[in-house]
Design a protein around this ligand. Structure first.
Ligand code: HEM
Length: 232
């Protein structure tokens, strides 16, 4: 309001910050909605609502960064639309992985199958992945083993998509910001995978769970930055 009254915001920035205001308000609503699902009689909340709350927090943060980047880099340049779409797909994959991470945390699914790369001795997919819940599909959204299995698989998909973005981006990059974004993305995905694997192997000590969450946050930031630098 202060910046609007003192006429420091352009019309496009007012539009973007209004979206931020709505996102921030929605985040507050989701927090209340999540807490409503538990904490009264039992200290737990629905993993769906936890995932919704975590994901909107991440999206609100990413969009805030985007608005800031628009102000920091106001000049437009020619872009490769194909590559921009590639990064957008990478971002969607990353967001799905973040949702599944919240499912793992919300179901306490990090306390089962504490082996890696196998889920248990010699088994890439533990048998409980398919039989914990009925019908079958529920295993992959509500079963501890099933949800953990998807989070493990998606980690490889995220890694492959980041490697692809990195290699393609290196061929197209012309500015130091683009190169820095790509390097950061590649380093952070490596750290994030390592933190995830350690979280599983050491049975989710609090400090590792939190570090892994911060890792996801920084990875999303680096992908948002890279997308911005190859988009505008
Ligand atoms: C790019 C890769 C990954 C991303 C972006 C990612 C992201 C996330 C996120 C956002 C959470 C939720 C944190 C929370 O709400 O507390 C989470 C939880 C978790 N992730 Fe990942 N993850 C990745 C890879 C992995 C890998 C490779 C493993 C292990 C094989 C793993 C194991 C876990 C576990 C055990 C939790 C639950 C932690 C808890 O209960 O607090 N993650 N992940």
């Amino acid at each position: 309001m202060y910046f609007i009254i003192t006429k420091q915001l352009t019309w496009p920035t007012i539009k973007k910050t209004s979206i931020l205001l709505i996102l921030g308000g929605f985040q507050g609503f989701l927090g209340w909605y999540m807490v409503k699902s538990g904490l009264v009689d039992r200290p737990d909340v629905s993993h769906y609502r936890l995932a919704a709350h975590l994901t909107t927090a991440f999206i609100t943060f990413a969009y805030t960064l985007w608005v800031a980047l628009d102000l920091i880099f106001p000049n437009k340049k020619n872009i490769d639309r194909g590559f921009r779409n590639t990064i957008r797909i990478g971002l969607i994959i990353l967001l799905i992985q973040i949702i599944y991470g919240a499912f793992v945390a919300g179901l306490d699914a990090g306390f089962v199958h504490n082996h890696w790369p196998m889920m248990s001795e010699g088994k890439f997919m533990h048998e409980t992945v398919l039989i914990e819940k009925t019908p079958l599909y529920k295993n992959f959204i509500e079963g501890k083993s099933g949800v953990q299995f998807i989070h493990r698989i998606l980690a490889f998909v995220v890694l492959i998509s980041v490697i692809f973005i990195y290699l393609k981006g290196k061929m197209l990059a012309i500015s130091k910001y683009q190169i820095n974004g790509l390097n950061l993305l590649m380093i952070l995905v490596g750290i994030q995978l390592l933190l995830g694997v350690l979280t599983i192997l050491l049975q989710v000590p609090l400090w590792l769970g939190v570090s892994h969450q911060i890792g996801a946050f920084l990875l999303l930031a680096s992908m948002t930055f890279t997308l911005h630098r190859f988009s505008k």
